[in-house]
Each structure stands twice: as C-alpha cells, then as structure tokens.
Ligand binder design. Structure first.
Ligand code: PHE
Length: 340
C-alpha cells in the first residue's frame, strides 16, 4: 500500500529530523527524502500503478505529508542555524581588553634638545634668537667678517661653493652682520643653525650645527665675554665645570680666544674623551673686530661687542658621552630614543 509506505517514510523522516544536530546533516536528510531521487519522489513514481480514481486521492495525501515534512525541515533548519550562530559567537568572542599592537612614539632629536637647552640658558640673561639663510653670499660669509678673498682663513673652512659669489654658509657668524645691519644696539642675540664644510670623519660631518652669540653694547670687554661663557658652561655641563680661554686667531675678533671646558667625564683628571688633557674645546670667541662693526655700518668708536660660536654636536657629544658624530644622522631609533 502506497499510503502505508508513505506514512512509514514520513515517520522515519520525522524521527531522523528530531535527532539531527547540524545543518549539514539536516541538508542530507532533505536530499534523502525530498530530493529528485529521494524516497518521496520514488514513491510518486509508484502512483502510476494505481487506478485513475485512486491516483489523485493518494497523490493528495502524499503531498500533505511532503508539505508537513518540508515545514518540519524548515523549522529545524532555523533552530539549528540560530544555535550554531550562538555557538560561533560564543567561541569567536572578541576580547576588547587585549592590548593592540604598540606604536613606537617618536622623540626629540638630541641636537634639537641641546640647541634648545643652550637657547634657554642664554635667554635667561637676555639673549634672543635670530636666523639667517643657509645659502649665503660671499660678502656675509667672508668679506664682512674681515676675511678677504685671498685670506688663508678661507682654507680653514673647506667651503662648498654654489657659484662665484654664493656659498653654503660655513659658520653662523654671517648672522652677526645681518643683525647689526638691521637692529639698533644694544644687541644680544643667538643664532643656532646648520652650517656646511667639505669635511668628514668620526668627529667631522659635512653638515653640522653651530650656535652663534653676539653682544653689542658700550664699553664691552673680555671680562663680559668670560663671565657670560663661564655662566653658560656651568649651567649647561654642571656647576663644577671650569672654563678656560686660550689665545687664538679669528679674522673677525680681536683679541680671539678658543673656549675649553674642564672635561665633564673625568672632571679634569684626563680620559679618552679629553685626549688625557683634562680639557675639551667647545668653540671660538673674542671681541668683535672694529672693522666688522664698521662693515655692518655701526660706529666702532661708540659700540663694542663680543661674539662666540659653539659646535652643537660637540656639546652633545661631551654632555652625553657620544663618540661618533655620524650617529646623529643615522636615524637609528635605538640611539635616538635615549634622549627623551
Ligand atoms: N665662526 C667661528 C668658526 O666657525 C667661530 C667663532 C664665532 C669665533 C664667533 C669667534 C667668534 O670657527
């Protein structure tokens, strides 16, 4: 009997639907019973054996069972889908308290830090910052600083020439002239910035930094220069650090003096940093040459002044015990991140 067979298939199918536990297995059941060659389809084929009158009646009964089965499959499908989703959500849960990938924070460059500290110290006694161009005319870089064309001092500063009359500035001293031209004395300025010389080894870089100081006032003497620089050295390196002035020569200062500080590492005992002399040179200084004051169109009878120029890399190397100048330009973050 077809109806009995249909009922038997239906019962078996509903039992199996009841115990199935994954959507994948459920799909297989659907194929098994309702698919093209599934049990119900095969049964429908047997309808042909029935009489004309019975065929529609039995066919209808089988269709009712098929529809019921389809509904049961759909309901079960929904139930399984939502429990599988709940399980997936539980398993794949996001832990928002986990820390994410860390991002390395940048830090100030040691040369910027040193430059800023020097400016801060001298700002306390009235100096303020001026700047000037990196490409400088022959006049400001040399002539107005009392360095004529054939002067041997031009060899001292291995110059990068741009053309016949322009150079990459070899020092920050041209800002002395530019400031005196523009401003009325008294003048108390600092000029930090990049300078260029054709020179390169462990202690020399073709592009390095200097800070220039210039004071123009009445009756300025070497005593003012020494007092100012000693105050600066003690503030920057520490109160126990002494300053020494050695007679020297610069075309734009007279008298001129090289500035040394007692070695902050060995406190003057003698070590590698100070080549066992106990002293380290930090720059040049002197009283502004009257000719330079005149070149800048001031009256040298009325106004005198002192000037100094320090190497920023040098000061940073001494302060932090760095023995290779190239480290400043290598962008190695292990090195740079030490100076926060
Ligand atoms: N401009 C000199 C140099 O670069 C340093 C200096 C500045 C010397 C001011 C005396 C006065 O070597």
């Amino acid at each position: 009997m077809i109806q009995e067979k249909a009922k038997e298939i239906f019962d078996r199918a509903s039992e199996e639907i009841g115990s199935v536990s994954t959507t994948k297995d459920l799909y297989e059941l659907k194929v098994k019973y309702l698919g093209k060659s599934g049990e119900f389809s095969l049964l429908m084929r047997d309808l042909g054996q029935l009489s004309k009158e019975d065929r529609p009646i039995v066919g209808k009964e089988i269709n009712v069972l098929k529809r019921q089965l389809t509904e049961m499959l759909d309901d079960k499908q929904q139930a399984l889908q939502s429990s599988e989703m709940a399980e997936k959500l539980e398993k794949d849960r996001l832990d928002l308290t986990l820390s994410g990938p860390t991002r390395v924070r940048g830090s100030r460059h040691p040369l910027s830090l040193v430059m800023e500290e020097i400016v801060d110290i001298l700002a306390n006694i009235g100096f303020s910052v001026r700047t000037g161009p990196l490409i400088e005319s022959d006049w400001y870089n040399f002539e107005a600083l009392n360095i004529p064309k054939d002067h041997p001092a031009r060899d001292m500063q291995d110059t990068f020439y741009i053309d016949e009359t322009h150079v990459l500035r070899t020092h920050t001293s041209p800002i002395q002239i530019r400031t005196m031209e523009k401003e009325e004395p008294p003048i108390r300025i600092l000029a930090p910035g990049s300078v260029f010389r054709c020179d390169s080894d462990v202690t020399h870089s073709p592009n390095f930094y200097q800070i220039e100081g210039l004071l123009i006032d009445k009756e300025v003497s070497m005593a003012h220069l020494k007092g100012t620089i000693s105050y600066f050295v003690k503030s920057f390196f520490g109160p126990e650090i002494e300053t020494r002035f050695r007679p020297s020569f610069f075309p734009f200062t007279e008298p001129s003096a090289e500035v040394d500080c007692s070695c902050p590492k060995c406190k003057g005992e003698g070590c590698r940093l100070c080549s066992h002399t106990g002293w380290i040179e930090i720059g040049g200084s002197g009283l502004v040459h009257p000719k330079v004051i005149e070149y800048a169109k001031l009256d040298s009878k009325k106004w005198q002044g002192f000037a100094f120029g320090f190497g920023i890399e040098r000061m940073a190397m001494i302060k932090y015990g760095i023995d290779d100048i190239r480290l400043f330009n290598e962008n190695n973050t292990d090195f740079l991140s030490q100076f926060i």
